[in-house]
Design a protein around this ligand. Structure first.
Ligand code: GDP
Ligand code: MG
Length: 432
């Protein structure tokens, strides 16, 4: 999605003059990209008319930078689609909240770290194993939990759990509800009853980012049975299209408050509109990236890595080292897999095996390089005779050496974007 919107903006930037036709084409391309990314039709139609309203070419005097104004309008419009206009929610003490199993624990864990006293209630009596799952998660996070293997009435359990934890002075009671049922109508009815019984302060609609086109209708259906107040989008670590999130916000008129970025308890981030849209547009989310580096890279390896990044110089040796990390999928590999454009193309989901084989071939070729070649920052050093020597040494065809060097150039570009990156100190980190 980000890619095609960026390309559309790029085309507009390259147009000799900006007129109604160019603007119209841009809007059409963006609309198409959004629709392809499963954003709901109505949401796209609104975006379309809003941009047209904001960018009135006739009113723009000759001196104005039309390109910039249009770009800003597109950016703002995408931000607006994700920003339901309410401040993000901070739970009030005293009453329970609700959500879905993994997210429930992440949410509880997040607030527990901030000094809250959360508790989890499993009101999913439909799925066998639901209580066990919650129990395991909760135990791991050291969060009190309530549920039953015998009781089949979710309303009864929800109420019992909430009552118990109120008595125990828990200040954030999270009720996990069922997500599946024999019939959808029964599911919504059950949710309504649990809602009526427990009267939560906040109902969170937990949405899998890969839900696609169904997002709008599903979110709307939830909103119609219970008063949804916030959205959490999960599995943002995957390669899902971003459109569903925009639709969910539009359908529920509620803000996204957190995103889930992995299966682990800590893979949970406060949602921030601007970096999300930047990511959608392919601009990369460097601020979030910095936080991540500090979280997952061992302390002793941070200075060197950050130093290299901030210098913006990418050598074949750094590429070699990053390939090693990527293959290990160790902590640094995780970091690099998050740099937009770094590994998504190098190692697309579902093609890990082939990609790994390719990376290993590249590394074999790099093993035939001299130190001078590995440490050079000048791409011109790679003359044809050097390439031939490397190909011979590695026993691979010349074309593969050229492919490898193309990949190097692409990665060097991505890497170069981080040049001048401010290196924050540990203490500077936002509290999370
Ligand atoms: P529920 O049925 O809606 O309660 O969903 P669960 O919490 O049981 O999660 C279903 C699966 O999705 C589990 O395997 C989770 O580990 C996984 N999962 C949940 N959140 C995320 C996330 O943000 N990223 C990834 N990659 N997996 C997730
Ligand atoms: Mg569940």
């Amino acid at each position: 999605l980000g890619g095609s919107i960026s390309r559309a903006l790029q085309r507009m930037n390259n147009a000799p003059t900006i007129d109604e036709k160019v603007l119209g084409e841009l809007i059409n391309e963006i609309a198409r990209a959004l629709l392809q990314a499963d954003v709901d039709f109505k949401v796209v139609a609104d975006m379309r008319s809003n941009i047209k309203k904001i960018v009135n070419l006739d009113d723009l005097a000759a001196g104005h930078n039309k390109r910039k104004i249009i770009q800003q309008a597109v950016f703002n419009e995408l931000c607006k689609m994700l920003d339901a206009g309410k401040p993000s929610y901070t739970p009030k003490k005293g009453k329970p909240s609700s959500g879905k199993t993994t997210t429930c624990t992440k949410y509880a864990h997040y607030y527990q770290k901030k000094g809250w006293k959360p508790a989890l209630v499993c009101a999913d009596t439909f799925r066998a194993g639901a209580f066990d799952q919650l129990k395991q998660n909760a135990t791991k996070a050291k969060i009190p939990f309530y549920g039953s293997y015998m009781e089949s009435d979710p309303v009864k359990i929800a109420l019992e759990g909430v009552e118990r934890f109120k008595e125990e002075n828990c200040d954030l009671i999270i009720v996990d509800t069922s997500g599946r049922h024999k019939q959808e109508a029964a599911l919504f009815e059950e949710m309504r009853q649990v809602y009526e019984a427990t009267k939560p302060d906040l109902v969170i609609f937990v949405m899998d980012s890969s839900i696609g086109q169904a997002a709008f209708n599903q979110a709307q259906a939830f909103k119609q049975s219970v008063s949804v107040g916030a959205v959490i989008v999960t599995k943002m670590d995957g390669h899902a299209k971003g459109g569903g999130a925009l639709s969910a916000v539009a359908a529920t008129k509620s803000p996204i408050i957190f995103i889930g970025t992995g299966e682990h308890m800590d893979e949970f981030e406060v949602f921030d509109v601007k970096p999300f849209v930047s990511r959608l547009l392919g601009m990369g989310d460097w601020s979030g990236f910095m936080d991540k580096i500090q979280d997952v890279v061992p302390m002793d390896q941070q200075p060197e890595l950050l130093q290299k990044l901030s210098e913006g110089q990418f050598t074949l040796r750094i590429m070699y080292e990053q390939f090693q990390n990527l293959l290990k999928m160790g902590p640094i590999g995780q970091v690099f897999s998050m740099i937009p454009g770094f590994s998504s193309e190098l190692m697309p989901k579902g093609h890990e095996k082939e990609s790994q084989a390719k990376i290993k071939r590249y590394m074999t070729m790099m093993d035939s390089m001299t130190n001078e070649e590995l440490d050079s920052t000048n791409p011109k050093i790679m003359t044809e005779s050097r390439m031939m020597r490397i190909a011979r040494g590695a026993g691979r065809p010349m074309i593969e050496v050229m492919d490898m060097l193309d990949e190097y150039k692409r990665l060097a570009k991505v890497w170069g974007k981080m040049k001048g990156l401010k290196i924050p100190k540990r203490g500077d980190m936002s509290a999370l």
